[in-house]
Design a protein around this ligand. Structure first.
Ligand code: GRF
Length: 204
């Protein structure tokens, strides 16, 4: 029987806890998708270790390995095509996805951001900086956003959000911890919606 599962690549730079939560959700639900490739700008990081331990192809692709940006982009596209990747999930990828890759995977790249976009997004808004800014602004709510990726940082269409209250006693670290737990629920749920949308688009 042909395998019609949507073939996913995850792009990571760090711990990869969102990668793990997606991988676990796909195994448990089961969702009609499989993670076939992990691409990272770092050869050694939690995400790459996890990929190797779980028999998922792990490709270290960094600009530093190439003499030109074009060669770097070509290597990334080659890896995606070689593994028959249909869609990409960014999970803590600390680099801007090259425009040519965004164009090749138009409306098929998702990202998760640790705040309620459109607030607290854009260049420099990552990691603890986001939560520090949320607290400094006196927000009463924060959360996470899954959105489509376009050529601008954190500006693509929002697919799904989950809100959590900001507590009076929150520090950037405590807020970060609760938002991350929220991300681990949200990203698999958003993937499910995204897969349904992909199927519907293909059926048209
Ligand atoms: C998450 O907070 C995500 O929103 C952001 O980067 C972090 C990645 O964490 N884009 P992890 O590597 O998935 O644990």
């Amino acid at each position: 029987m042909p395998n019609n599962k949507t073939r996913l690549a995850v792009f990571c730079s760090g711990t990869g806890s969102n990668f793990r939560s997606l991988h676990k959700a796909i195994a448990e639900k089961p969702l009609d998708a499989e993670i076939v490739l992990c691409i990272s700008n770092r050869s050694r990081c939690g995400a790459m270790e996890y990929a190797r331990e779980n028999g998922i192809a792990a490709a270290h692709i960094s600009e530093k390995q190439f003499v030109s940006f074009d060669e770097f982009v070509a290597a990334m596209l080659d890896a995606l095509h070689m593994h028959g990747v249909d869609a990409v999930m960014l999970a803590g990828y600390m680099r801007k996805v090259p425009d040519a890759v965004v164009a090749a995977y138009h409306d098929r790249i998702l990202n998760i951001h640790p705040a309620l976009l459109p607030k607290f997004g854009g260049e420099g808004m990552y990691g603890i900086h986001v939560h520090t800014a949320v607290l400094a602004a006196g927000e009463t709510e924060s959360g996470a956003t899954v959105h489509l990726v376009n050529e601008e940082y954190d500006k693509g269409r929002i697919v799904r959000q989950e809100r959590i209250p900001v507590l009076k006693e929150d520090t950037p670290e405590s807020l970060a911890e609760r938002v991350l737990a929220c991300e681990h629920r949200l990203y698999p749920a958003a993937l499910e919606t995204f897969l349904e949308e992909l199927k519907a688009a293909q059926a048209q």
